[in-house]
Write a protein that binds this ligand. Structure first.
Ligand code: FAD
Length: 465
């Protein structure tokens, strides 16, 4: 190749290191043209859109330091990418594979179109340990149970070592018509997210290094306590590909601590394994966010309860741990995993509201929103998935609160009305007379009554009434 550019089509891979498509394109010695195609939004910006756009801006700024940048377009990639290839006379197109149902269809169509017109198109394994179709059981079937999946994935060997960033870059200097310079306008609600996030490949690497040095050793013991900051906080970076699971695996495997930390390391890597597993389930079930994997749940009579749903979304259920989580989500775009489980279980089992409505709210408000992990975890919490907590296991939000936020520090951080309530009373402030501040709601459902109602409903579904 010579002066004809090589296009690197960025999607969920805003990084220089361990970026197989970028490395392969750089190795051709052709000038690089980095392209991002923003799809037109039919509805408003979500928190994940916000995180992606901020990341894109940061990656563009990093590339400008190296003399390059990202050329951003808006529209349908199936139409735009071939047009860009023609406009700049590109010699080849490179991308890292993505695995969502719509994305994979677009990419397959483009591969066919480029093959038909003689344009080279090279794709590479994306940001998972194993591509979704590669881990199968002995009968060649996809796994339904995580533990069996992860055992087989680990037996397949460690992931390949991460690639270093290309040593040199040559960027395409010609003009690219249609690329946009415009600044996006951010909806007002995104301003509260700013205080909770930093962007950039270096930031993601720093976060990983700090986690490995300070928190990995006690991850297994402390990961369930929401006020302890004991987890990696890497999920939004993994989602937009500012860091890869291979880089994380490498750093964690090389971490000091020897055998003493072996269990913590294994636990942490298995959590990352859930991310791969979710993508393998979505690969097999493209409508994972819309259809219960266990068919019998399609007949469950969910309640139509708009005010209950609204109270849940706004963190006004009267259950302090649930409310703290939902307010953390709204203000920061993330929520601690244990609290995600409690809040999801509360919506589905205490309020008997369809899990899909909760899944959609998380899809709008999570900065780390991932179509596979979100849908799989919602089905897990609702009991509708293949490898799920059973429906009849109903989390008690007060006991969860006493166990995992014993001092109430997490609740006080997000529910300021309760900041003067004692450690003992903060988990159920309605129980002791005179404890509940007037501006904090009474519980919108009684735990025991809601539990009985959920179990009775489940029995009817099981009995086929
Ligand atoms: P750590 O504990 O440090 O874990 C490291 C990484 O492992 C995470 O960054 C994530 O990539 C992966 N991971 C950990 N737990 C899970 C899990 N249960 N499922 C899949 N991957 C996991 N995670 C998302 O990334 N996007 C989502 O949209 C999402 N939606 C969820 C919805 C519900 C109802 C629940 C219960 C969980 C959801 N999770 C989702 C999983 C989990 O809550 C987050 O990955 C985790 O809280 C992120 O924090 P961390 O990076 O500090 O995690």
């Amino acid at each position: 190749m010579n002066d004809k550019p090589a296009i690197v089509w960025l999607r969920e891979d805003f990084r220089l290191a361990d970026n197989a498509a970028l490395t392969a394109a750089a190795q051709t010695a052709a000038p690089l043209l980095l392209v991002y195609i923003r799809t037109e939004r039919s509805s408003g910006m979500t928190a994940a859109d916000w995180f992606r756009e901020k990341t894109l801006a940061r990656f563009d700024a990093d590339l400008r330091q190296l003399g390059g940048g990202v050329h951003v377009f808006t529209g349908d990639p199936a139409r735009l990418l071939p047009e860009i290839v023609v406009r700049v006379g590109a010699a080849a197109v490179f991308w890292n594979r993505r695995y969502d149902p719509i994305g994979r269809e677009i990419d397959a169509g483009l591969k066919r179109e480029f093959a038909a017109c003689g344009t080279e198109a090279h794709s590479f394994a994306g940001a998972l340990f194993h591509e979704p179709w590669t881990v199968k059981n002995r009968a060649g079937q996809p796994f339904k149970i995580f533990s069996a999946y992860w055992r087989a994935a680990c037996e397949a060997g460690s992931p390949r070592p991460p690639l270093p960033a290309p040593r040199e870059f040559k960027f395409f200097a010609g003009s690219v018509t249609g690329a946009q310079e415009e600044q996006l306008s951010w909806p007002a609600w995104t301003s509260s997210l700013d205080a909770h996030h930093e962007f950039g490949e270096a930031t993601a690497q720093d976060r990983l290094a700090r986690f490995v040095a300070e928190d990995l050793g006690h991850y297994e013991d402390e990961r369930d306590f929401p006020d302890r900051d004991a987890t990696s906080g890497l999920s939004p970076y993994l989602r937009v590909g500012q860091i890869t699971p291979r880089q994380v695996w490498n750093a964690v495997s090389d971490a000091p601590g020897g055998l003493a930390h072996a269990a913590a390391r294994a636990k942490f890597l298995a959590e990352l394994g859930w991310r791969d597993f979710a993508w393998s389930v979505l690969w097999e079930h493209p409508s994972l966010d819309g259809h219960a994997l266990r068919e019998e749940f399609e007949g469950l009579p969910w309640r139509n309860d708009p005010s209950g749903l609204e109270a849940w979304k706004r963190g006004r259920t009267g259950y302090p741990l649930v409310d703290a989580g939902m307010r953390e989500l709204w203000r920061s775009g993330v929520m601690h995993n244990r609290v995600r489980m409690v809040a999801a279980s509360f919506l589905v089992k205490h309020l008997l509201i369809d899990w899909r409505l909760g899944e959609q709210w998380f899809a709008e408000t999570l900065a780390d929103y991932d179509p596979a992990s979100n849908a799989l975890n919602w089905q897990w919490c609702a009991g509708t998935g293949a490898d799920s907590a059973p429906f009849f296991r109903i989390m008690n939000p007060v006991l969860q609160s006493r166990k995992f936020d014993p001092s109430g520090a997490y609740i006080r951080r997000w529910v300021p009305e309760l900041k003067s309530v004692s450690d003992k009373d903060i988990h159920a402030p309605w129980e002791s007379p005179g404890t509940r501040p007037a501006n904090y709601p009474l519980p919108i459902v009684d735990h025991s009554a809601a539990r009985r109602r959920a179990l009775a409903t489940w029995e009817r579904v099981r009995g086929g009434d």
